[in-house]
Design a protein around this ligand. Structure first.
Ligand SMILES: [Zn+2]
Length: 315
């Protein structure tokens, strides 16, 4: 039985204290019970309500150590509200929106929190797409109009894989790539798609090696046909347009190129769970993964927040 809040009222009742939030994380992090990070011991007792002391070796750890919540000086209740804001809304939350809804003093904090949460949106060891999968690239960036074909200058190139599910889209994967060469496309495909799957592309030479790599390859040539690219690879193109709408709408396009990958992860996380019975389930997945991935210190992610208001790095 999966344990998650079904709606806002349940969320607010459930996570109204620090202890309740911590207890939830403990159960997600150690579903089979506590394990000492130093000696592997299974018995512990609480210290000051915050730490767990190993009965065998005396080591004191906290449920947040080694997770994205490590070293936070803000209450877990606030983090839980952030996770709820990101998962309960159809389009997630922007940094400005999160700052406002949580009453955070600084934009940087909201921005950093969203980026930390995005790192928890890719499940380590997730399985690959299979069956029939459309693959194509799309551009993101302001100079899009002036550059032809597959050249990239100040634009970012994104490769998208969209699984066919009858006439609709199953799951997706996407990644920013430096160029559309086979050397950039093939590693993405190997990581994202099961060998033996049917990969449907246009006639671009960057995909020529697919057969030799153990995939089946269906090519639809665009040249000389009346149909547009969006009709020939409709799932990839629908995904691309939804992605761009989200980047421009929710985030108003204010995204540094170096951070684009994390936005792709967030889009993918939400898209692949769009048919989930309950938004609370997304909250559960995010919280689960937040204690499963390592911390992302502020310095490691700040090449620079796109906008900086004040110098409060009390995150
Ligand atoms: Zn121990």
């Amino acid at each position: 039985m999966e344990d998650y809040p079904r709606n806002l009222a349940e969320f607010e009742t459930r996570f109204s204290t620090e202890a309740a939030c911590r207890e939830y994380l403990v159960r997600l992090r150690w579903p089979e019970g506590f394990r000492c990070p130093r000696c592997g011991g299974r018995k512990s007792w609480p210290v000051r309500g915050v730490l767990l002391q190993c009965a065998a070796c005396g080591y004191q750890s906290s449920v947040t150590a080694g997770t994205i919540f490590q070293d936070t000086r803000k209450p877990l209740m606030l983090w839980f509200r952030a996770m709820w804001a990101v998962t309960s809304q159809k389009n997630g939350a922007s940094a400005i929106g999160l700052q406002r809804v949580l009453g955070l003093g600084s934009y940087d904090t909201a921005w950093t929190w969203l980026h930390k949460l995005r790192r928890a949106m890719v499940r380590p060891g997730r399985d690959r797409l299979s069956g029939a999968v459309e693959v194509d690239e799309t551009f993101w960036g302001s100079e899009e109009e002036n550059v032809r074909g597959r050249q990239t200058e100040k634009k970012s190139l994104i490769v998208i894989a969209a699984q066919e599910d009858g006439g609709g889209i199953g799951r997706i994967r996407m990644r920013r790539i430096p160029d559309a060469s086979a050397g950039s496309l093939m590693p993405f495909i190997e990581e994202a798609i099961e060998p033996g799957s049917v990969i449907h592309t246009d006639g671009w030479s960057g995909y020529d090696r697919l057969k030799s790599m153990g995939f089946r390859h269906r090519i639809t040539l665009l040249k000389g046909q009346k149909a547009s690219a969006s009709e020939l690879l409709p799932r990839v193109h629908l995904t691309a347009s939804l992605l761009k709408r989200w980047l421009l709408g929710t985030h108003q396009g204010a995204i540094g190129r170096e951070h684009l990958d994390y936005y792709l992860d967030e889009f993918t996380f939400r898209f692949n769970r769009r048919n989930s019975r309950s938004r609370g389930k997304l909250f559960l997945r995010l919280a689960e993964q937040a204690v499963a991935v390592g911390p992302a210190p502020y310095q490691s992610m700040v090449k620079r927040a796109p906008m900086s208001v004040g110098g409060d790095h009390n995150i």
